[in-house]
Design a protein around this ligand. Structure first.
Ligand code: GLA
Ligand code: ZN
Length: 664
């Protein structure tokens, strides 16, 4: 299967939404505009199989042939997010059962249980027929499984049976299960496997070990549902790639599990163009893209990219200002996207999403946004082959784990303490310093990094603790935070001084803690500057660590709030509270300079810098993702890969303007 391709632009197209007479003009305009890839099919089950076992391919043959005639490449989505009405009428076990027993009905999408035997059977059949039909078509290059996997917390009998099996294979005996989940508390002990059920409702405060396992089970259910499709796709189209389009994080499903068998991850990217998001959108987007690159630790695709004002699920957002669409598309490439497929070619005139705007409005008259899209296509086509095979090489990684998010959502620790929100602040501080960062799963190998930031290792196992200590001992810089080492993998508190397994390498011991929540507290650094902090305050006893900031108020004033400890050839920092971003930024700059990180500079608000290098050169992307002009001081002058002119050392970028420089 070939994933080494030039960087290209695409569109999401729904031929079944338009009269066949329009397909030809649409394909012609796509090709003329520089579009290279078209995704089709992912919701069209009722057209592919209008009645049980009756398949109709004529329309899709014609649509794909039309695209092919215009030189366009096609990605086909399997249509399993939208089982047709004839199917759910015939097999009601397909419909999920929600907590408290209501049925999740047809009418929108996602009305399917991943464990339903009927769903699995009919999904496998449609994927079999679809791949048999199109895997040899010369236009088809790859497949997308389903669409934006998520789960409904289904509680149907198929899920109950599957969960029972899942629990049994994880714990083997009821004794071990009761021990692992701590069920003795409140007489929750299981005495028969039949008593294992999904959380049926009632109190939301059920046993947290059970809730975490149910969530893990649901992600595994998606992965095994997808596996059935993957086997069929790979058999019929062995040379094709298979991907899935994830939606933005935080989400319910564990992306790492779902992506395990995929060739690369894809992401649906809808940066918010509203003025009140101007300051945050560039950074939350950057994190989402870095996280997507980290799922498989390789370049990814954008399978849906913002094309106009979104709406329908909420009142419409503002329309993207001139330059916004182009700049945010380049942001995805700058962070490792190898394709940017835009959602959608034209806004739907019917259905629930009429006001989630595409590139072309309902009028079918291409306008300002479409012209900007054409400019993007021209630019990407000019550089696409040069960027082929290029990747980011970062010295810093943030560790992420879906289990941490889940566990911290099951038992919120303090008001305002949110796993992903806190990760955003670390990532934003790094991004503003020009430090390009990977976001990887906490079980990944850490070789090659100079600095690892590991926010909230709330659930901690020995393996992770050992790898992190080893990383620091070998010369790495490890940054740990409060709420680490609190629990084991079963979501049960450990009987040890925190940060538990990381206490030795951090050289600190938590003697008590104060869940301060949204109350403001203060810390003071060694230069005497004070900063706001909130959420949490660990009171520390230092064994070998030194304080580099102290609490400036509360009854623990003057005790350590941030510490540094030498560990082997490296250093371990412990951040015992949640300081405001300005402090984290200052801390990261200092640590980065000591750790000789190669790229540290302060960038103007909204400006982001990343570098892709590969067989055809090294390209530095400098993006102004803000509505204000920006001046950036470069180390030297460079040739622009966009227009061939010399740029710098002072680079002036207009609102939402971008530059790509060739670095020797
Ligand atoms: C998701 C879906 C698309 C579309 C967009 C807009 O990304 O995958 O089908 O619905 O949202 O809401
Ligand atoms: Zn179910």
């Amino acid at each position: 299967m070939n994933t080494n391709r030039p960087v290209q632009v695409g569109v999401d197209y729904y031929p079944e939404h338009w009269a066949p007479a329009m397909w030809e003009q649409d394909a012609r305009l796509m090709a003329k505009s520089g579009v290279q890839i078209v995704r089709v099919g992912e919701f069209a089950w009722s057209r592919m199989e209008p009645a049980n076992g009756q398949f109709q391919w004529g329309w899709l043959d014609q649509a794909i042939d039309t695209l092919h005639r215009h030189g366009l490449q096609v990605v086909i989505g399997t249509p399993t997010m939208t089982p047709p009405r004839w199917l759910t009428a015939q097999c009601p076990d397909i419909l999920p059962v929600l907590p408290h027993g209501q049925t999740y009905h047809e009418g929108v999408r996602g009305h399917r249980c991943y464990n339903s035997p009927s769903m699995r059977k009919y999904s496998s059949r449609i994927v079999q027929k679809l791949t048999e039909r199109y895997a040899r078509h010369p236009a088809v290059i790859g497949w997308q499984t389903d669409n934006e996997f998520s789960f409904t917390d289904c509680q149907c009998s198929a899920c109950a049976d599957a969960f029972r099996k899942w629990v049994r294979s994880r714990y083997n005996t009821l004794e071990q299960l009761n021990q692992a989940w701590g069920t003795v508390i409140w007489s929750g002990e299981y005495s028969d496997w039949e008593q294992i059920t999904p959380p049926y409702g009632g109190s939301p405060f059920q046993n947290p070990s059970f809730l975490l396992d149910y969530s893990r089970f649901q992600s595994d259910s998606i992965a095994s549902f997808q596996h059935l499709q993957l086997e069929i796709i790979r058999y019929n189209g062995p040379e094709h790639f298979v991907t899935h389009n994830f939606h933005s994080y935080p989400q319910k499903a564990d992306q790492y599990k779902i992506a395990q068998e995929l060739d690369f991850a894809s992401f649906d990217y809808y940066p918010n163009p509203s003025p009140n998001k101007t300051e945050t959108a560039p950074y939350s987007g950057a994190l989402a893209l870095d996280l997507t690159r980290g799922i498989k630790r390789r370049n990814f695709w954008i399978m849906e990219q913002l094309s106009g004002p979104p709406g329908c699920w909420f009142p419409m957002w503002r329309t993207p200002k001139p330059g916004f669409l182009r700049a945010y598309s380049w942001q995805t490439i700058a962070r490792g996207a190898d394709a940017v497929v835009h959602f959608r070619w034209r806004s739907a005139t019917g259905g629930a999403e009429q006001f989630w705007h595409g590139l072309i409005d309902h009028s079918n008259v291409p306008g300002r946004r479409f012209k900007e899209f054409q400019q993007l296509c021209t630019e990407v086509n000019k550089l696409g082959e040069r960027l082929q095979g290029s990747t980011l090489h970062n010295e810093v990684a943030i560790l992420h784990s879906h289990d941490q998010l889940n566990a911290l959502q099951i038992q919120p620790q303090a008001e305002g303490l949110e796993y992903y929100e806190n990760m955003k602040v670390w990532h934003r501080a790094l991004t503003k310093l020009g430090i390009s960062t990977d976001v990887i799963h906490s079980s990944e190998a850490l070789d090659g990094y100079k600095m690892i930031i590991a926010p909230h290792l709330y659930l901690l196992d020995e393996n992770t603790a050992n790898r992190l200590q080893g990383f620091a001992a070998a010369g790495g810089i490890l940054v740990l935070t409060h709420r680490s080492g609190v629990k084991n993998d079963n979501n049960v508190c450990v009987m040890a001084s925190l940060p538990g397994l990381l206490s030795a390498c951090s050289g600190v011991r938590v003697t008590e803690y104060d869940p301060v929540g949204v109350d403001p507290i203060q810390i003071r650094d060694e230069q005497g500057h004070t900063y706001a902090a909130s959420q949490w305050a660990d009171v520390l006893e230092l064994s070998t660590a030194q304080a580099i900031a102290v609490y400036a108020d509360q009854f623990y004033a003057e005790s350590a709030a941030v510490t540094r400890n030498s560990w082997g050839k490296g250093e371990v920092y412990y951040v015992a509270t949640q300081p405001e971003e300005a402090y984290l930024s200052q801390l990261l700059r200092t640590i980065g300079e000591q750790g000789s990180l190669s790229e540290i500079q302060s960038l103007p608000d909204g400006v982001q810098v990343t570098t892709r290098s590969g067989p055809n050169g090294t390209f530095r992307f400098i993006l102004n993702l803000s509505p204000q002009p920006a001046s950036i001081s470069l180390k030297a002058s460079y040739t622009s890969a966009l227009d061939g002119n010399t740029k710098g050392p002072l680079l002036e970028l207009g609102p939402y303007d971008i530059e790509i420089l060739e670095i020797q």
